[in-house]
Design a protein around this ligand. Structure first.
Ligand code: ATP
Ligand code: MG
Length: 238
């Protein structure tokens, strides 16, 4: 369970998050929507402790991460898989080594076990046979898949995806959205995604949250959004 209580953050005089309170249940898939610059990424960064709130608390499974030391935060972050907006694969490592990186860095797993684990994950994300390829030899959609594999390789129970469909064509966008949903449900991950892409957000989300001017404008499932009379919601989904 992820819990934000009265979280506020101001950057150079501009209030980006204004007294946000919000709970995300275990196993839930939530998409954070909002125009560019509304603070979606800032919100995600608060939940992984990369940014500290000016006010308020952020708890993950009851632990207040807004008050933790860097060293303790590292332990919390190990439980969180993060799919960065740009994929952020290491260009000089092949796909196998990219996916293996968190295992080699954070566990004492034997190479044989790592290999088995990666075979299993590549099967799960339907991307076998790319182990020896460099990221530059893959399409954008494949890179996102490899980055997703790396994000879940430590058996994370929390998965964050910042704009997973950005830069992809409509078909790849749909595929990665479906994949995130399947993987997330299969592993029972609590998943938080940021997006502008309303169509795919509806495909992937159990629940959607629209941010605007530092506040939560709407919070509900797909039909709640489709039936909402709020002008900001209608504008966003039209
Ligand atoms: N570390 C920072 N220091 C100062 N200002 C920041 C910082 N991070 C973000 N901001 C500001 O906070 C605002 C929200 O940024 P954020 O990246 O969260 O937007 P976003 O909703 O994710 O936008 P996009 O859809 O384009 O990704 C922006 O005005 C940005 O300039
Ligand atoms: Mg962003």
């Amino acid at each position: 369970m992820i819990e934000l209580t009265n979280v506020s953050k101001t950057f150079s005089g501009q209030k980006i998050l204004d007294d946000i309170s919000l709970q995300i249940g275990t196993g839930e898939i939530v998409v954070i929507l909002g125009e560019s610059g509304t603070g979606k990424s800032v919100l995600l960064k608060h939940i992984i402790g990369l940014i500290k709130p000016d006010q308020g608390h952020i708890k993950i499974d009851g632990q207040d991460i807004s008050r933790l030391s860097e060293r303790k935060l590292l332990n919390v972050r190990k439980k969180i898989g993060f799919l960065f907006q740009e994929g952020a694969l290491y260009d000089f490592m092949n796909c196998f080594d990219n996916i293996a990186f968190p295992l080699r860095e954070h566990t004492r797993m034997k190479e044989r076990v790592i290999k088995e684990k990666i075979q299993k994950i590549l099967k799960l994300i339907d991307l076998q046979g790319v182990e020896d390829k460099l990221p530059s030899q893959l399409s954008g959609g494949m890179k996102k898949r490899v980055a997703l594999a790396r994000a879940i390789v430590l058996d994370s129970k929390i998965l964050f995806c910042d704009e997973p469909t950005s830069g992809l064509d409509p078909i790849r966008s749909r595929d990665i959205s479906d994949l995130i949903r399947n993987v997330s449900k299969e592993l029972n991950c609590t998943t938080v995604i940021t997006s502008h892409d309303i169509k795919n957000s509806f495909r992937v989300a159990d629940r959607l949250i629209l941010l605007g001017k530092g506040k939560i404008i709407a919070d509900g499932n797909r039909s709640f959004f489709e039936q909402s009379n709020l002008p900001q919601v209608q504008e966003f989904i039209s």
